[in-house]
Design a protein around this ligand. Structure first.
Ligand code: COA
Length: 169
């Protein structure tokens, strides 16, 4: 198994096609719009014998938490190929995203999970406070079901409104 962390612009050719089909299989409802308007800072790919079998995208976003402006990490598009699930690979992929965030001096990572229990062992807890975000041009605000945060260093997450200043990922 090989793990690589790429700039989005470096994702092309056969590898890009394989990543695309992994995402299509994992997220059939997304109609190919996996990265939205915001390009991820890193695409992390896990390959087995030349085939892409794992993917998350790592974003860095300027947000506010309560009154505090800060940059946080966002993890999106976590996908593991069907034959590779249940082996702890998503944990490995998320650890690689966290490594990138820490190298960029980011203290917190946020993700929006379909299955939150998958992410507790990677250090994530459900947020109990509200998230403000933009969806289809409209601002929305509520306690987001599946919204989770991981503390990457010593700073405790301020339990306050997270204003994403943009969409979820
Ligand atoms: C979700 C997905 C990425 C998980 O990948 P995976 O590599 O199979 O997950 P893992 O095996 O690493 O499991 C992650 C953790 O969740 C735990 N877990 C798995 N199923 C669980 C369940 N039903 N209840 C509680 N914990 C569970 C595992 O034990 C593991 O923790 P551990 O490492 O401490 O043992 C994969 O199933 C997938 O690609 N699904 C389709 C796309 C998708 O839904 N992505 C998520 C978007 S939020």
């Amino acid at each position: 198994m090989q793990l690589v962390s790429l700039d989005h612009s470096a994702l092309d050719g056969a590898v890009a096609k394989q990543a695309q089909s992994l995402l299509e299989f994992a997220f059939p409802d997304m109609g190919g719009q996996y990265y939205g308007d915001e390009m991820p800072r890193k695409i992390i790919l896990l390959s087995d014998a030349g085939t892409v079998v794992g993917h998350p995208a790592a974003y860095i976003r300027g947000v506010t938490v309560g009154d505090h402006p800060m940059d946080i990490g966002l993890v999106g598009g976590v996908a593991v190929g069907p034959n590779y699930r249940g082996k702890g690979l998503s944990k490995r992929l998320i650890a690689a995203a966290h490594q990138f965030f820490v190298s960029a001096n980011i203290s917190f990572a946020v993700l929006f999970a379909f299955e939150p229990e998958r992410y507790t062992s990677s250090g994530y807890s459900l947020m109990t406070t509200q998230t403000r975000f933009i969806e289809n041009g409209e601002t929305k605000q509520f306690v987001y079901r599946g919204g989770m945060v991981a503390e990457l260093g010593d700073r405790p997450w301020p339990d306050a409104l997270l204003d994403l200043k943009g969409p979820t990922v």
